[in-house]
Every structure is written in C-alpha cells, then in structure tokens.
Design a protein around this ligand. Structure first.
Ligand code: SF4
Length: 385
C-alpha cells in the first residue's frame, strides 16, 4: 500500500524526561532530577541526536517544534537555548514556525522566560491543572496557586502572546464547584489556549495504590462527564473554539503542532520514549534514559528493533480516522482517499453511517462527530479501528 503524505513539512517533538518532583497521578516517562550537570549532559545528547536525525532527513522542513516532558523548563536557560539553536542550525526551520515549550510554574523565572523568547520560542504551555491549593497538594504538584498565577503573568510580561494552560478535572475529591472556580480563574487570565484533561488513574502510580487500598475513590463517569460539559460550556461562552475533543483556543491560536498528530502528518520525536512517524513508518526511541544516552554516545540511532511499530494498512487507516475524528471539524474523506489511494467506502461499509447515526454526521465530504458523539468518542472511534 502507498501512503502519500505530500506535505514536506514535519513537526519536531523533543522530550525532556525530568521533573522537580513526581506527581502522584503521573505515569509519563519522567524522573525527578535536581542535578544541573546531568541536565546539561542530557542537552548535549539531544544535540547529538538532532544532528544525526537531520542527516537522515535533510530535505524535511520543520514548521512546528514542541518541547515537552517531563518538565522542559527544568533545564537551565542556556541549555534550552542551545537545544533550540541546535534545531535551527541543523534543520531547515520555517520562519513562521510554532515553537512551544512546556513549563511547570515552579520552574519559571524572568531570566528563563527571556532566554526562551531570545531563542525564538513563541508558545508556552503551562501545566497548572488547578488553582485550588487543596487539589494541587493532593496531586503532588510542585507548585501552588500563587506560582501558577505568577507563571502566567511572567510569561505575558516576557512577551508570550500564545499561552496554553493545562487544566485537570475528574480528580478524586474535586467538587463541581472547585472545578468551575478553577476553570473560571483560568479563563479570567485569558490564555490563548486551554487544554482539558480528565484524570485517569494509571497503573503503578501512587493514586492507583490508594484506590487499591480503598483510600481513594475514582470519580464517577457521571461527575466526570458533567465536569467536561461544564468546561465546554464555559470555554465556548468565553469565546474559545473547541477545535478538538478537549482543546479550546481563541480564534487563530489552535495548536499547529498537535493538529499534525490529528491530521495524519509526519513528526519526528527526539529524546527517550519519543515517537516518530516518518516516511510511512512509526518508531519509538528507547524508553530507558540510560540506554538512550549509551546509544547516542556510540553514535547509534536510539531505536531498538522491537520499538519499530508495524501496523497493517487497515490499522493505519484506523489511526487516520481515529485521530481525524478528534478534531471537531472532522476530516475530509477525499484526503483519506488521496492518502491511501483507496475508496473510503470500499474500506468501511457504508452502513457504518447509519450504525453510528446521531453520533457522526456527514457534510459534503466531511465526516465529524456530533455533539452527542463527542461524549462517547471512544465508542465511535472503536468502530473504525
Ligand atoms: S510535572 Fe508532568 S510529567 Fe512531571 S511528574 Fe508531574 S505530571 Fe508527570
């Protein structure tokens, strides 16, 4: 099967797997680290990988960069500058690129923010989650409400005019009022973008252990859904466009990098555990930081054979539809057909439309979730994968 991705532009994801402290619900690839020398050595390794990857794909143009984690803002300012400069001096980075850094409020200061701006970082995503100190404490976050408020103010003062704030709901013990108050506070700060996260209790986390011991109760689906709907209403009323199931943006501030993931575009992941989708292939760097550093030191690609993900053509089509339906604007069936050189309704039985009546809708060639479908998106998407 041929997969045609005519777009020569790619998104670059850079993973920084270090945090000030581990949050009690987190199962991301991240480790507590306070050793500045180790962080600088990690930046050196990333720079070597950036150089090696450019040599592999020299003709690609980067038009979005997303530095995520972990907590990228834990790195010393000069190291972050070196990384961004390294990306720019290796890859062809388009002038109007969106360059995002994720930050934890407890790690930000004026000097770092200034260094980010100097390096050309033009979007900052601040992991705030809640403006309620009781909830922040329960989550084990490294910051409090004041740090969060200061982080947004400092980012604005440093000249960031594209700020995302992550907000979390469905947290055990979080009342509807607590959630609404926190979100109201967030909207009041007027970030250009707000990402909503429904807390999932993940295997191996302290939260999971508390649930297993009966010391913590999961939030019910009913409360979780009410919180989600409240958030959508509040965001919409405040002028945010819900362009993805759980992301709202003021007009023109949709995340260009994340839209690549939802639009079947290519991306390259750097750093341990980072995934790539390049040239029709999916692969992932080793998730072990030590192994990653070893591979880089030896000048080898940090990908183990078992980390090359092989999907059947049908699975790839499932990924296309699954991610495409996450966008509230849906996807264009003609683009699907152009990408896979197949007729959409030869792949999916046309009866799927009537089967999912009320949950998906067609307008011309565009397929998207209805409002009701947004609520049960996983059930709908499962029909296509
Ligand atoms: S700051 Fe983010 S990545 Fe780090 S431990 Fe907390 S949730 Fe995980």
């Amino acid at each position: 099967m041929t997969i045609t991705n005519s777009d020569n532009n790619i998104g670059l994801y850079v993973h920084v797997p270090f945090c000030l402290k581990k949050c009690r619900y987190c199962d991301f690839l991240s480790f507590e680290c306070h050793d500045e020398r180790a962080l600088s050595q990690y930046a050196d390794a990333l720079l070597r990988e950036i150089n090696a990857r450019y040599e592999e794909w020299p003709y690609k143009v980067v038009d979005t960069v997303y530095i995520g984690g972990g907590t990228p803002s834990i790195l010393p300012a000069d190291d972050m500058k070196r990384i961004v400069e390294g990306i720019k001096s290796n890859f062809v980075v388009s002038l109007d690129s969106e360059i995002t850094i994720e930050a934890n409020p407890a790690t930000l200061d004026d000097r770092k923010l200034e260094a980010y701006r100097e390096a050309g970082i033009n979007r900052i995503s601040i992991g705030i989650q809640s403006f309620d100190n009781t909830i922040l404490n329960l989550l084990g976050r490294a910051h409090d409400k004041n740090d969060a408020l200061n982080a947004v103010r400092m980012a604005k003062k440093a000249g960031f005019s594209n700020i995302n704030v992550d907000m979390m709901f469905g947290i055990p013990g979080q009342t509807l009022k607590m959630w609404r108050d926190s979100l109201r506070q967030c909207i009041f700060l007027r970030p250009e973008h707000i990402s909503l996260y429904s807390l999932q209790i993940e295997e191996g986390t302290p939260f999971q252990k508390l649930v297993d011991r009966g010391a913590m109760e999961r939030t019910s689906d009913r409360v979780d859904r009410t919180m989600y709907h409240d958030a959508i209403d509040m965001l919409t009323q405040a002028g945010y466009n819900l362009y993805e199931i759980s992301n709202g943006a003021l007009p023109g501030y949709e995340s260009r990098h994340n839209l690549k993931y939802w639009s079947y575009k290519e991306y390259m992941g750097l750093g341990p555990g980072a995934s790539s989708f390049m040239g029709g292939h999916r692969f992932k760097n080793t998730s072990s930081v030590l192994e990653y550093l070893e591979y880089i030191k030896k000048g080898l690609p940090p990908v183990k054979p078992e980390d090359v993900e092989r999907y059947t053509p049908r699975e790839e089509m499932g990924i296309y539809v699954f991610t495409g339906l996450r966008k509230t604007a849906g996807f264009d069936i003609r683009d699907f057909e152009e990408t896979f050189k197949l007729d959409f309704f030869d792949v999916y039985d046309p009866s799927i439309i009537s089967k999912l009546k009320g949950l998906i809708e067609m307008e011309g060639f565009v397929m998207r979730l209805t409002e009701k479908g947004l609520d049960v998106s996983n059930r709908v998407m499962a029909e296509f994968v």
